[in-house]
Design a protein around this ligand. Structure first.
Ligand code: HEM
Length: 251
């Protein structure tokens, strides 16, 4: 007898196996209902936010597993997982582009239903902070256990497992900063530079967070390499440069 593929075989809510496995009924009910919506662009706004939370859930799960792998000494596995996590952050950076289609005036309407809700409360973003801090600690412990000097690591072959892990961490850190740059630009484009967000934070505070680093030591190594490299003595700071002067000198 021919098999009837139209009959679901999985348990759970939904009329198809796709709906039952993907939980699409629940997923697609998470946006505001037609009777709640005050502007049709709420769907655009919620879709970007909700999908960001999903990607961050995946990315942070990868970073948490990477931390476990670093602790277990499985450095290559950790590197592979971190590369995936960084791709997740790249994808959420790309989808911020959709907010270019949200007009500043429309957002003023949507804002009336956001309460004090703010991205600072994003569970995904909080998980990013926690997972990154744990990764920093796990990496430090590994480097100490192996007795590795980071400057020597970076002067050596880029093909060692530790070098590749360090670069995957830099990639993760940089991707977060790039997201912050795009988010800051979108926020100022929509609500302006001097405005205050729904959590009472001036938008320009976001620009300062762009330079935040989860792994400052790995960034510092680059400066050490520049300061000790073959060109170090040939590149003194130009004290007459207007930009150096306005930055308060070279100290
Ligand atoms: C209309 C577009 C947006 C505007 C105007 C905006 C504005 C802001 C503002 C003003 C803040 C500072 C905190 C506050 O007082 O609210 C903030 C923080 C934040 N927002 Fe947005 N945002 C927008 C879209 C998004 C989207 C799509 C996400 C994705 C989940 C997001 C996630 C965050 C996060 C994670 C923070 C903390 C940033 C950090 O620590 O660097 N925002 N946003």
């Amino acid at each position: 007898m021919a098999k009837d593929y139209s009959v679901p075989v999985l348990n759970g809510p939904g009329t198809t196996d796709y709906a039952r496995y993907m939980r699409t009924d629940a997923l697609l009910s998470l946006q505001r209902r037609p009777d709640e919506v005050i502007h049709r662009d709420e769907l655009l706004f919620q879709t970007v936010h909700q999908s960001t939370e999903l990607w961050l859930k995946l990315a942070c799960s990868e970073v948490q597993e990477a931390v476990r792998q670093v602790r277990a000494g499985s450095v290559d596995t950790a590197t592979r997982l971190l590369t995936r996590a960084a791709l997740g952050v790249e994808l959420i950076t790309g989808q911020l582009e959709m907010l270019r289609h949200l007009s500043p005036w429309t957002f003023q309407t949507i804002r009336t239903v956001l309460g004090h809700g703010s991205g600072f409360e994003s569970p995904g973003w909080r998980a990013v902070q926690r997972a990154s801090q744990r990764l920093d600690t796990a990496f430090d412990t590994l480097v100490t256990e192996r007795g590795v000097d980071l400057v020597e690591l970076y002067q050596g072959s880029p093909d060692t497992d530790l070098y590749r892990l360090a670069e995957a961490m830099i990639e993760w850190d940089e991707r977060i900063s790039v997201w912050r740059v795009r988010h800051y630009k979108i926020a100022t484009r929509i609500i302006g530079h001097q405005s205050v967000g729904t959590k009472g934070t001036p938008v320009d505070v976001l620009s300062r967070l762009i330079s935040h680093k989860f792994f400052p030591e790995l960034w510092r190594i680059r400066t050490v390499l520049t300061d000790s490299g073959p060109m170090a003595a040939h590149c003194p700071v130009d004290e007459t440069s207007p930009l150096v002067c306005s930055a308060g000198g070279a100290s």
